[in-house]
Write a protein that binds this ligand. Sequence first.
Ligand SMILES: NC(=O)C1=CN([C@@H]2O[C@H](COP(=O)(O)OP(=O)(O)OC[C@H]3O[C@@H](n4cnc5c(N)ncnc54)[C@H](OP(=O)(O)O)[C@@H]3O)[C@@H](O)[C@H]2O)C=CC1
Ligand SMILES: O=C(CO)COP(=O)(O)O
Length: 345
Amino acid sequence: MTQKKIAVLGPGSWGTALSQVLNDNGHEVRIWGNVPEQIAEINENHTNKRYFSDVVLDDKITGYNDLSAALAGIDAILFVVPTKVTRLVAKQVAEVLDHKVVVMHASKGLEQGTHERISTILEEEIPADLRSEVVVVSGPSHAEETIVRDLTLITAASKNLEDAKYVQELFSNDYFRLYTNDDVIGVETAAALKNVIAVGAGALHGLGFGDNAKAAIITRGLAEITRLGVAMGANPMTYIGLSGVGDLIVTGTSIHSRNWRAGDALGRGEKLADIEANMGMVIEGVSTTKVAHELAEMLFVDMPIVDTIYNVIYQNADIRESIIKLMRREGRPENEYIIEIKGLN
Ligand SMILES: NC(=O)C1=CN([C@@H]2O[C@H](COP(=O)(O)OP(=O)(O)OC[C@H]3O[C@@H](n4cnc5c(N)ncnc54)[C@H](OP(=O)(O)O)[C@@H]3O)[C@@H](O)[C@H]2O)C=CC1
Ligand SMILES: O=C(CO)COP(=O)(O)O
């Protein structure tokens, strides 16, 4: 592939790690952010110490505060800001973008209020004549490992497989491998909802439960994610792929995960407000819990684990009593999980 010019919007941990992958592949990478000191640090010291204290970036990676300058003559844009600001940033892009580009995103969440997936936000905010079909870059991938070039396998999903293949080629190298998928709904719902289950898995750890409990929440969490996703139009096969069970494993079992760590702290009795303030990075699972709970009600999908996490986070429910309630639910057959929809039972 010839060298491309790529704007990475969001100089956080994942944006920085993905910028390094693209730079390793010979592309011109422009990281855009709205904090002048951070952009100056990238340009002058080639570091982003808030996220990676020991990493020195290649000096070809350039930081920008000015969005128009970052987007001038660009081939592709990667959105990697927290879900809650994606619409705002997309509106800013639409104001200054003056030519057609490939639009990608690597964020994992659902928008509060609208319940929308990120690709539909981007479709709404960026005129169709200025963009490709949106390509979702998603899968089991901790920035902390990708930044040290550890092996990472993820998925590029788009309604248009040619756009997905373009992104596959853009990112793939010796340590970073992408598969393609045309199930955008499946990949985005898997990415967003695994964060909720990871909060729950972390909480079980914080409460002192063992590996049996962790395996259980991951497996039954996947059943819930699949049920909701299928009700939203996803292909159930996607959930046994990298962006489904793969991401659930990496997020639901790892100390690197912000969502898992937040859950762990909740389980140890810390207050959510303190956990969020101390994390200094986005914990997507907290707001996605609310969206998932509302979507489950709207679509009559049974999501007992998500509802339990919602009750603990948003209704102040006692965490241990909530677990007992979950355990004492009426017995169910294991395999009804894809087609079971509350309203039809
Ligand atoms: N970290 C990871 O390993 C992975 C993360 N993801 C997903 O990537 C997305 C980003 O996560 P991550 O990089 O971890 O998050 P971080 O919190 O590390 O970084 C988010 C970045 O976005 C910036 N930002 C926030 N608001 C705006 C805005 N209005 N305009 C411009 N920039 C803004 C933040 O700046 P500031 O904090 O200064 O406001 C920060 O630099 C999330 O959806 C996450 O789920 C996906 C895969 C892996
Ligand atoms: O999405 C991730 C790994 O694939 C990162 O998860 P956290 O946001 O929980 O750190």
